[in-house]
Design a protein around this ligand. Structure first.
Ligand code: ARG
Length: 391
């Protein structure tokens, strides 16, 4: 369903911008934007788009998150070529539309960004780039309660991607949502390690970005009420984590999760909360014994190994992601979870944990950057701000 601004509800009273106190539970907000965690009952969501996308231009930052073979191929493809329609775009777009219909049939309002032509060149006084794709709103924005926070992203090919959401968020703003952007980073050459090589298994983790600017992707954070987890990554530095910490203030605690992934980028294939007290972890990326002690009171289960996919691009040619997209699920409420149909082991895992899996297919979305969690941004859940951990 596409809501017309003219028929949207009248603006709600705009509450003064005061952070809730650090303890206790708030009463449910009636703001159009209201989401505190990954599992409360979903009412409204944004789903990305694939229209007019291009392969990203090759730049060291991309190697921080994309498979090496794809990165090498970008020398030929990057920024110049649209993705081939028949093989890449059409099957993925069809799946994405089916996913939208599934959400709507479950009673969720779905909103979409505007179409953006990613082949257009743009620049700052320091550099030039083209765009990439508008598939993953999860990376560009973090919703914390009634506030939409725009991420200061470090990929130059994503610099203007948030503009595709501007009109929509202006509408939410007019209805009382808070709307913030972290300082827009200049993304100078000095931010990146031009010599960056993916660290080997026995080498210490290193990053393609340094601390000279404040950068993060929202998808490196995952929300559990007053506690938020983050992975430092090739798109999120300590300055970015600290910016968010300071911005959110005393009402929130941000905990860092160490990852064993050699090219960390986005937490939503590393740890995935499935409801209060239930955390799914990636056995390859997470050393259980090094999880923050706050998680001791939660049940932690390791995700099953991804099943091999036939006939799709889930883990094959041109994917921007690893095979662990099987973990990239979307909770419709603490019971129902949207999971990829091609992943029977994950479907069984959810059943065994007492959840109701809803199979859907996004196996062609890998080349566009993700699966159900990545391609969405929850705007409103029936949610109150709570603490799910002992202090
Ligand atoms: N880098 C992750 C992996 O390859 C994929 C994360 C995708 N998430 C996202 N929000 N775009 O396992």
């Amino acid at each position: 369903m596409y809501l017309d601004t003219a028929t949207a509800p009248a603006p709600a009273h705009v509450a003064p911008s005061v952070r809730p106190p650090a303890t206790g539970t708030s009463t449910e907000s009636r703001c159009v934007v209201n989401s505190h965690n990954e599992w409360d009952t979903l009412e409204e969501i944004v789903v990305g788009r694939l229209d007019k996308s291009v392969f990203p231009q090759r730049h060291p930052s991309i190697l921080g998150g994309a498979p090496k073979d794809l990165y090498l191929a970008l020398l030929l493809l990057g920024g110049r070529k649209r993705r081939p329609r028949k093989v890449f775009v059409e099957p993925a777009a069809k799946e994405l539309e089916d996913f939208v219909r599934l959400l709507e049939s479950e009673g969720v309002t779905v909103r979409r960004p505007e179409v953006m032509d990613h082949s257009r060149k743009y620049g700052t006084p320091q550099w030039k780039s083209k765009g990439c794709v508008t598939a993953c709103p999860r990376d560009c924005f973090l919703v914390v309660g009634d506030e939409i926070i725009e991420s200061p992203m470090s990929w130059r090919c994503r610099y203007f991607e948030p503009h595709a959401y501007y009109q929509l968020f202006k509408e939410y703003y007019d209805q009382g949502a808070r709307w913030t952007s972290a300082p827009k980073p200049p993304l100078r050459n000095t931010l990146y390690d031009k010599q960056y090589k993916i660290p080997k298994q026995d080498e210490p983790l290193r990053y393609v970005i340094n601390e000279s600017e404040i950068v993060f992707d929202a998808a490196d954070f995952i929300r559990c009420g007053r506690d938020i987890f983050v992975t430092r990554s090739n798109v999120t530095n300590l300055a970015g984590i600290n910016w968010l910490r300071r911005h959110l203030g005393d009402g929130y605690r941000i905990h860092e999760i160490e990852t064993l992934c050699r090219q960390p980028m986005h937490i939503d294939t590393t740890i995935v909360p499935l409801g209060p007290g239930k955390m799914m972890i990636n056995p390859k990326y997470v050393d259980r014994s090094r999880l923050p002690s706050i998680l001791n009171s939660w049940e932690i289960r390791e995700a099953p190994k991804p099943d091999k996919v036939r006939g799709g691009l889930f883990n094959e040619v041109g994917s921007m992601c690893s095979v662990w997209l099987n973990m990239n699920v979307l909770m419709l409420d603490p019971q129902r979870v949207v999971v990829d149909r091609s992943q029977p082991s994950m479907i069984q895992f959810f059943k065994d944990w007492g959840l109701t899996p809803i199979p859907c297919s996004l196996k062609f979305l890998g080349p566009f950057g993700g699966s159900f969690h990545c391609v969405t941004l929850d705007i409103r859940r029936k949610s109150t701000l709570q603490s799910y951990f002992q202090a």
